[in-house]
Design a protein around this ligand. Sequence first.
Ligand code: GDP
Ligand code: MG
Length: 664
Amino acid sequence: MRKDVRILLVGEPKVGKTSLIMSLVSEEFPDEVPPRAEEITIPADVTPERVPTHIVDYSEAEQSDEQLFQEISKANVICIVYAVNNKKSIERVTSHWIPLIADRTDKDSRVPLILVGNKSDLVEHSSMDTILPIMNQYSEIETCVECSAKTLKNISELFYYAQKAVLHPTGPLYCPEEKEMKAACVKALTRIFKVSDMDNDGLLSDLELNFFQRTCFNTPLAPQALEDVKNVVRRNMADGVQDNGLTLKGFHFLHTLFIQRGRHETTWTVLRRFGYDDDLELTQEYLFPPLKIPPDCTTELNHNAYLFLQSVFDKHDKDRDCALSPDELKDLFSVFPYMPWGPDVNNTVCTNEQGWITYQGYLSQWTLTTYLDVQRCLEYLGYLGYPILCEQESQAAALTVTRNKRIDLQKKQTQRNVFLCNVFGARGSGKSGFLQGFLGRNLMRQKIRHEHKSYYAISTAYVYGQEKYLLLHEVLPDTDFLSETDLSCDVVCLLYDVSNPRSFEFCARLYKNHFMDSRTPCLLVGAKADLPEVRQQYSLSPLDFCRKHKLPAPQRFTCNTAEAPSRDIYTKLTTKAMYPLRPCLDELGAFLLADQESSLTQQVHPVVHVEESIYMESSVDPFVSRHVTQAEMKSSTFWLRASLGATVFAVFGFAVYKALLKHR
Ligand code: GDP
Ligand code: MG
């Protein structure tokens, strides 16, 4: 929202511009006024919308045309004042003032206009009959109002409407010609509806409406008000309410109604609460809240974030098969402006037999995004409405920034849950097969189209009964140059092909050049172990090389298996990553349980369990009290207003709203 508002008053001499300003300021009619009032600034806390407001007078006698033009271009809203008892001053509105202002402003960024009929104390009849056709003709006229500087009638209203025209413009929301909301507004409200429809049944239930109400307006909702709202919708359309819940169509209808009744600040409050700016784009502040990540720290999702993501998964896994079909995935991301996950994701995380991303795979991909690109993670959580649904300040509340790795090393323990393993190996040594093997895919299941290839694979491994994420990253062997990011990771996997005599040399050389003196643990892996092993063309055999450099003996791996490839190697890598200073388990004589999964005692996140959904939690513990001081107008409830709006239109008699008029 804007930080201040600049209101300019123009019009023929003697219509009462200066008197209006003086009346507002002193709350009494001044018998004598100067030709032009000095610019005044009303402090934020005494205006209804809580923004500093500048009011600028104009006097033909005192100002040149050039000065007038300058003021027009600086103004956020212009009040064209006429006197209701002066026909000529009304005629000049269209013959002079509107064209003059149009000439001075950009076609795209027209300032809103307000027609002000002053001196209403002098006449019996209203000037509205003359004014309404003018309003219909010019879409830039936001509203009109009749007032009197002398009796103070509608003076504060006039300035309130001027303020509102700037802060809650109708332009982006509504098209008066079509008498309907603009596409961008419909799109934003559709997203808001989907985010608020927590069980994804296409309806906002009483529970969901209550939550929505509380989120947007910070006030609880009376059951009767809720009924009244639904009745308003029922009366106006057949399919706005279904099974006692508000449909998307009904939701759109309500907002159209607000806007048509001049209550567009209600719609704006909703839009802004969900992160939208005046152009109906999500703001950068909403999508990218500040988050400080010191060096040598990583980013992970915390428990609450996993609970939230689980609830999002549950919401979209309609057939409850614990995997997302292409349609379910599309639906899940329908609150995004673009599809964030391409087909490569299916080759990065675990999928089911149909190749659909499983619950595990889904959480893994989120973990990967959080680890590799935390800004993207914040953005995505923003699209899902995380701060709103979880009642958090921002998406930053979903993240844990781990402590510096050096401290982990000093203390010989870590609280991290995600570990990065860079996989190196000569071309054709079996790196991709190694990555895919981690996703439980044997050679038969690894038919990947080139454009869908992923250089990452992420899944969980159990170390001493704890579930941890291991993120494998395949580093391209082509470049001689390795960047800092290629080299920095928690554990290194050096892969060679046991059947190719020239493949070990690559690993040996890489180790000597980059890792011999580093503290990063390394593991040598002999891939394609199902094939006959050949002698490597290198001065030392792999085993001797490991002995010489005090490395664990080379591990054998194959993904050419009937079932899923063995997980031992991945568990070993994770263990090495967690405890870089401990000797490898083999050397201790300890053996990894073949099926560690069955002995787990601790999990990163809970299994899919619909009843545990976060939304149910929030219904058990409903009120998180907030201390938000808001202008009086805002604190009345959204839904109550909607129901009032249907009957109480007469109250707004002082201002005739264009939109409604056009509707007739
Ligand atoms: P400006 O030239 O547009 O700034 O007009 P002024 O504020 O100087 O007012 C012109 C004359 O109209 C003055 O004599 C005012 O006292 C008178 N006037 C202004 N507002 C009203 C009003 O609401 N009712 C009546 N009866 N007279 C008004
Ligand atoms: Mg004046």
